[in-house]
Each structure stands twice: as C-alpha cells, then as structure tokens.
Write a protein that binds this ligand. Sequence first.
Ligand code: SF4
Ligand code: MG
Length: 330
Amino acid sequence: RGLKMYFPIHTGLLRRHTGDVKAVDDVSFDILEGETLGLVGESGCGKSTCGRAVLRLYDITAGSIRLEGREIGQLSQEALRPLRPRMQMVFQDPQASLNPRMTVASIIGEPLVEHTSMSRAERLERIWELMDAVGLNRDFANRYPHEFSGGQRQRIGIARALALNPKFIVCDEPIAALDVSIQAQVVNLLEDLQEQLGLTYLFISHDLSMVRHIADRVAVMYLGRIVELAPRDDLYAEPLHPYAKALLSAVPEPDPKIARAARRIILKGDVPSPANPPKGCNFSTRCPRVMEICRRIDPALTEVAPGRQVACHLYTDASESAEETAPERG
Ligand code: SF4
Ligand code: MG
C-alpha cells in the first residue's frame, strides 16, 4: 500500500541532494495466493524496482508491504532474514546471476547452506530433487554455468529460487534473455511448478503476449505508477486507460474472431523523466485524451468495475463536471 521507492540524485562536487528519481511512486496492489499477477510496461517504468521493493531488496522510501498478513515494509534486513525463504526472485539474466566459479550443485545448494542446518548428504538429496523438478539431469551437478545453454541456466536459477520452499516468487523478465524457441519451455516450467508447489508469482515482463499466456491479472505501469489493474481477459479484450490502450494496441490478436477494431496507437513524445514527472496525471504529456483537469489533478487508481481499477479522469465523476466547464484543448 502506498509503496514508494525513490532514489536520491546527488549533483555537483559537493554531491548535494538535488532531487529524487521516483522509480515507484505511490503504488498499491494485492497479489492473491496462488495467482500470477503480471506487471507490464515499457522499460524504465519502474516494474523491476517495484518487484525488488516488494521483496524488500531495498529499504523502501514509504509504504506498507504485507507478506502472508505480516507487515514487512519497515523490517530491518536482519529481521527479514528468517522470512527470506518464503519469498524469492528469478532474475532476467541467468548468465549474470549465476556465479561462474560455482558448480550447479553449489549454486542450488547455497541457500540451503545459508538458511538451513542440513547435512551434506541431506543437501545433496535436496539438490537432486530440485534438479529433477526443473528438468536438469542429475549428472550435471558438478558442472559449471558456462557449460549450459541459456534455457538450462535459467532452470538452474529457478531451482535455486525453489530451494527453500518459497511461497512467493518475483520473476523479473525471466525469459527476456532467452531464445524465442526456449521461452515457452521456461514459461511452461514456471506454470507447472506453480501448480505443483502452490506458488504465487509476480511476473514482470514487457512481453505482453507471454503475460497474456501466464497471468491471471495484469497491472500496467507507466512512469512509476500503476495506471490499470484488471483480470487478464478483461484487460486484453478492452483496456480502459489510454496508456494501456496504446500499449496493448501493439499486441497481435491471436483470435481472429476478436478482430480488434483499434489499429495500432502510436504515442507522441518521450516518457518524461521519473525525476521530474508531470503535474497531475503522469500520462498527461502524451495522452491523446488529455483534459484540463488532467494537468492539475493526479487521478487515483479507482475501481470502475468489479476487479478493474483504472487511474484516469475519464472514468471518474470529476472528469464529467470538469469537461463541462473546461473547453477542450485544441
Ligand atoms: Fe489521459 Fe487524463 Fe486519463 Fe491521464 S487522466 S490518462 S491525461 S485522460
Ligand atoms: Mg526492468
């Protein structure tokens, strides 16, 4: 609730604090047990930062984070330690996230060393179990990451994330670095594991087709804010927020029966700097539907239909009265 993650900007020789990059700026959402919440948006919109903040890999600027009912937003890293096994992360680039000097067995077993008192033999047994679960041959346990393909390396990363029996996993662009031919395999693996182990995912991706495949609900981020959050099918059938409309207009529609009337919407202008977001609605500098009220008042994320939340004045009463009084801008 009200999650903020600001990174201070220091400038000049004296490194004076001159502002903040508002990477995540007052974001609220729930992730329900057993579901996959997709988090989409263009690169730089704050989705990775949001995922890391939720896991408390950062000391957050403000807000409340609850894991299984327990408030973790302000806990110290030390106090978080016993909770770490419950929440894990799968990273984008398996190459970069695996220590090249460690064998597969020691990579997967590392969290077991850190967080459990398992004996060597117990650990090896668990490592094999995990390798089986992600479809890696046990014979590879003593090999090094560079001996594997990208897809296999991501399986190693997933096995490591599963080592401590987590409930919640943030998958940050888990397939973005993989060959297209491998992507579906890894996504299918994540889905199978979710079902078998009762996992809950926050699935961060800019690949809207993949998110459509895997997510139950989807949150759309723009410039540090969630602008729309909806059940997957509702969002893909008819996005409501003007930014979500534009973003999704680029996704090919696989079902010819749902010929989407809208053609591709090309947005003008650049994404403003998160160090200096626009007044009012963050999207107001690029929105094709911008109204006078949008430049003054920041629209709150509001439920507009059961389970559908949108942050846009087009869907609030405020816009109606404002539109009557404010002439449209030419
Ligand atoms: Fe566009 Fe206004 Fe809605 Fe923002 S609030 S998305 S500027 S119509
Ligand atoms: Mg990112």
